[in-house]
Write a new protein. Structure first.
Length: 288
């Protein structure tokens, strides 16, 4: 079967991993990188373009994996995009993705934005769990979905070009809260005779056991009823906050990672919503 040829702009850690995956699947590939030496490992296996314009001209399907939005603007400033299918895998905000989609449309290109939920070693590895959120032109995704799914699973989340970034950033934000809790937990045991490697499986198992609460919370958000089905309500949770704070202080650990969440929780309880759970906090957070 003929494999779709494509162009990849950006051969950083992620770009290089993407390039290897497409080459392994026998897709004819044209690559370009601002610093030419980074393209050296691909010479002879991919066409190495001297300029971004030359790389874009080579194929209809053009994938970008650059550092940030400024690098896209710099790279594509004077490049002819008419008739191109532009796929942006550079991490950015939903607003930037929507603006870039409009910018591409004005230049005669179809546009798809992507949010990569993987790190480079997961790329091109079946079963790694890595995937990419895509949003934007449904026609582009329909036509090139199979090619885009070569490095990692492809999940289309809607025609609004901002949705891929929205999903990406929402998942990363959830992960950030998890990281904060993990850092605090290890800080508590740090000066004690508890080995971090013995504690780690306990923490990982506990977090895994707790994670399914997101489903009940989501159901309450959709129904608008924030109390039905609540197992451990905010009144109970916030009553335990004092114990968590006192333990942190006794252990010589700053409460700076816990304090903002506790403040939000206690504000919501004080407003008379102690019988709710995190679903109520979601709406309070939005209300400011
Ligand atoms: N690596 C990761 O774990 C994450 C996983 C999730 C998704 N991210 C995003 O992927 C984008 C690229 O990330 P990366 O890991 O490839 O990043 P670097 O290795 O730092 O490579 C950056 C490339 O961008 C080029 N570049 C930077 N500035 C410019 C510019 N002004 N004009 C043109 N190109 C530019 C850089 O070129 P060079 O420094 O070699 O010349 C690299 O090719 C990113 O959005 C992550 O958030 C990765």
């Amino acid at each position: 079967m003929t494999k779709t040829p494509l162009t990849l702009l950006g051969l950083g850690a992620m770009g290089a991993a993407l390039a290897e995956a497409w080459l392994a699947a026998d897709h004819p590939l044209t690559v370009w990188n601002r610093t030419p030496a980074r393209a050296d490992p691909f010479a002879g296996r991919a066409a190495v373009a001297a300029t971004a314009a030359e790389a874009v001209a080579a194929n209809r399907l053009v994938v970008l994996c650059l550092l940030d939005e400024d690098s896209i603007a710099e790279t594509l400033a004077d490049v002819d995009l008419a008739g191109k299918d532009l796929v942006n895998l550079t991490t950015g905000t939903p607003a930037r993705a929507r603006a870039r989609a409009e910018w591409a449309r004005e230049r005669g290109a179809r546009f798809l934005d992507g949010g990569i939920m993987a790190v480079p070693p997961m790329i091109g590895v079946p079963g790694s769990g890595g995937y990419v959120f895509y949003s934007g032109s449904p026609d582009l995704f329909e036509e090139h979905g199979a090619t885009l799914a070569v490095p990692a699973g492809a999940r289309y989340v809607g025609e609004d070009a901002g949705f891929a970034a929205l999903h990406d950033v929402a998942l990363l934000s959830g992960m950030t809260g998890l990281f904060a809790g993990v850092v605090h937990a290890f800080a508590l045991i740090r000066e004690e005779e508890v080995r971090p490697t013995s504690f780690a499986p306990l923490l990982a198992d506990w977090l895994t056991a707790m994670t399914p609460f997101v489903h009940g919370l989501a159901e309450r958000l959709e129904s608008g009823d924030h109390t039905t089905g609540v197992v451990s309500n905010l009144a109970m949770q916030s009553a335990a906050n004092a114990t968590l704070v006192a333990t942190a202080e006794d252990q010589g650990v700053s409460t700076e990672l816990l304090a903002p969440y506790f403040a939000l929780e206690e504000r919501h309880v004080a407003a008379g919503h102690g019988d709710e759970d995190g679903a109520g906090l979601v709406d309070r957070l939005r209300a400011g």
